[in-house]
Design a protein around this ligand. Structure first.
Ligand SMILES: [Mg+2]
Length: 222
């Protein structure tokens, strides 16, 4: 298990270059929300058999892998805090996601999850935890462990709170996707409100279209 004393799940792939932090060049990263962005939003995803990759997710992750752009999943998992799912469930789902991505020669460099929630059970009962998006804690924790340049990094999310976490971490921008909770127009509108002060906001139908919007991957649209 990758759960630390702070209750956060922080799993860094051995191939992710963690030892390079501070030693050389910091690279822009691609931060991704998980549920509703990479996999179908099913509500407290807990079983391997419910893991379905969203079309285009594996391709964009593989493209980032080839470009040596760290791919970092940052996910709120209040279901764990609420006692609805367990860390073992989470681990099984992560294993299945990795297995399905590997079929497409795609891999995640890091996965960070926050179980804390106002309605959580001890020890996860906390409102406004600094790692729960829209707070930037998970992104900052990743940048402490990998050679990431946050100011050139981007995030893709289906909720405005995903992009808000990116803005709060000082990223260059975020792509809001209309999958998962992003199908609600209010999320797109709230995401658009986050643009400004050096934070760029773009909208895409799904992660499949995000590649053409991400400067990281050579995209320029928006
Ligand atoms: Mg989501």
């Amino acid at each position: 298990m990758a759960v630390g004393a702070d209750g956060l799940w922080i799993a860094i792939a051995p191939s992710a270059g963690a030892g390079e932090a501070g030693a050389g060049e910091r690279r822009p990263a691609l931060f991704l929300d998980r549920d509703g962005v990479i996999v179908d939003e099913v509500g407290y995803l807990a079983r391997r058999e419910d893991v379905r990759l969203i079309a285009g997710a594996a391709a964009i992750i593989a493209a980032a892998n080839r470009a040596r752009i760290p791919v970092v999943v940052v996910t709120n998992q209040s279901g764990i805090g609420r006692g609805i799912i367990s860390w073992a469930d989470f681990a099984a789902v992560e294993d299945e996601i990795a297995r399905q991505l590997a079929r497409h020669r795609a891999r995640l460099d890091a996965v960070l999850a926050c179980p804390h929630h106002a309605q959580g059970r001890p020890p996860y009962a906390m409102a406004g935890h600094p790692a729960r998006k829209p707070a930037p804690g998970l992104l900052l924790a990743a940048a402490q462990r990998l050679p990431i340049d946050l100011r050139r990094s981007w995030i893709v999310g289906d909720r405005a709170s995903d992009l808000a976490a990116g803005r709060n971490a000082g990223l260059a921008g975020g792509v809001h996707v209309a999958t998962g909770f992003g199908t609600a127009g209010a999320e797109r509108a709230a995401a658009r409100q986050l643009a400004g002060d050096g934070f760029d906001v773009r909208g895409a139908p799904s992660i499949a279209a995000a590649a053409t919007l991400l400067p990281l991957l050579g995209g320029h649209g928006g």
